[in-house]
Design a protein. Structure first.
Length: 113
């Protein structure tokens, strides 16, 4: 039952994001290189860091004996970096070199932990 509740919360949050993206015109118009033929909303992956932050908040509330292990922190930081740079790219169309730098950083960072 808990998984269904989490699914519903995340689903509703994603629908709210879609309304926001539609209002602020965060869309992808197809061109000759696109794999889609209709206007598509961008930035739907923002739900992943939101899900992690909800997990983080719930672990603070329900875990009395321990805090998150360091592997979770590394995963969360990498997820946050990837999500922020991807979301900014959806909105601003960042350069390929800048995206490559920020996308490769979590990959190399993961070997530290």
């Amino acid at each position: 039952m808990m998984y269904f509740a989490v699914f519903l919360v995340l689903f509703v949050l994603e629908l709210i994001y879609f309304k926001i993206a539609d209002r602020f015109n965060i869309i992808d118009k197809p061109n000759h290189r696109s794999s889609h033929t209709k206007v598509t909303l961008r930035g739907g992956g923002i739900i992943f860091p939101i899900a992690f932050l909800l997990y983080f908040a719930s672990s603070i509330l329900y875990r009395k004996d321990t805090f998150l292990p360091k592997e979770y922190w590394a995963f969360g930081l990498g997820l946050l970096i990837l999500s922020v740079i991807s979301f900014l790219d959806d909105i601003l169309d960042l350069s390929t070199k800048l995206r490559l730098f920020f996308i490769s950083f979590p990959f190399h960072y993961s070997f530290i932990f």
